[in-house]
Design a protein around this ligand. Structure first.
Ligand code: KIV
Ligand code: NA
Length: 263
């Protein structure tokens, strides 16, 4: 079984074949997701919400993420392992390099960072040192208090143009992947066309290169009302791996996301 690398994600983009991504936080679920064919696993700082019960991702520490990264790294075989840098890892460049180094040693194969175009020098510093970077744009949950809630981003034309420009800037600085969260489908499409690298979407419509969801959302475990862009794939199935496989198939066959999951 060939392990998924950035070359595969690039090939998927060139072939216009969507790829599947899912969050994972422990070895057992990671093993099921990997076996179900999920291409990319993300140890997301969403763990602060779905595992720890916080109202945001802000309290999550580097040590929290390292612990879950080690767990997932033991469970997965084929999937590419992407890992989030926590809030304030970008306080300064040396902090960022140290934190990213720790994630890589724990098993990260791609490091995801929230932040806009102003992060370009830091992205370059990481890439020069051999750390592949995914730049997370649009709704960046670590900035929730600045946004005044979890709101769709890029609805206004100047905001949309800024997001496209930021994506270009970060790719020019060496980012290998862009992740877009909660933006209108038309903006997802625009960013996908604006950059050469794969664009992963969550609530970014169908016209991006890959899709990602939070594991708890696709298993119906999430407390309260699930987000509009999510779908429960356990409904009508009797085990977790079948739900993961159904999500993977729905992404590959472009049945997910549908209109009702997009903005
Ligand atoms: O932390 C996370 O799970 C994420 C995804 C929502 C993309 O960043
Ligand atoms: Na995250």
């Amino acid at each position: 079984m060939k392990t998924v690398t950035l070359s595969h994600l690039n090939a998927f983009k060139r072939a216009s074949e969507p790829f599947s991504c899912l969050t994972a936080y422990d070895a057992s679920f990671a093993q099921h997701a990997d076996a179900a064919g999920i291409d990319v696993l993300l140890v997301g700082d969403s763990l602060g919400m779905v595992l720890q019960g916080h109202a945001s991702t802000i309290p999550v520490t580097l040590d929290d993420i390292l612990y879950h990264t080690r767990c997932v790294a033991r469970g997965k075989q084929r999937s590419l392992l992407m890992v989030d840098l926590p809030f304030m890892s970008n306080a300064d460049t040396s902090q960022l390099l140290r934190d990213a180094g720790a994630l890589m040693r724990a098993g990260a194969e791609l490091v995801k960072i929230e932040g806009a175009g102003w992060m370009h020098d830091d992205v370059r510093a990481l890439v020069r040192r051999g750390v592949p970077v995914c730049a997370h744009l649009g709704l960046t949950p670590q900035s929730v208090h600045q946004f005044g809630g979890y709101k769709v981003q890029g609805r206004e034309q100047d905001d949309a143009q800024r997001i496209v420009a930021d994506a270009r800037l970060l790719v020019d600085a060496g980012a290998s992947v862009i992740l877009l969260e909660c933006v209108p489908a038309a903006l997802g499409h625009a960013v996908r066309n604006a950059v050469e690298v794969p664009v992963i979407g969550i609530g970014a419509g169908p016209d991006v290169d890959g899709q990602i969801l939070v594991m708890h959302d696709i298993l119906g475990v999430t407390h309260g009302r699930p987000p509009r862009f999510a779908k429960n794939f356990l409904t009508g199935r009797d085990n977790v791996q079948a739900a993961f496989a159904a999500y993977h198939d729905a992404v590959k066959t472009r049945q997910f996301p549908a209109e009702e999951h997009s903005f």
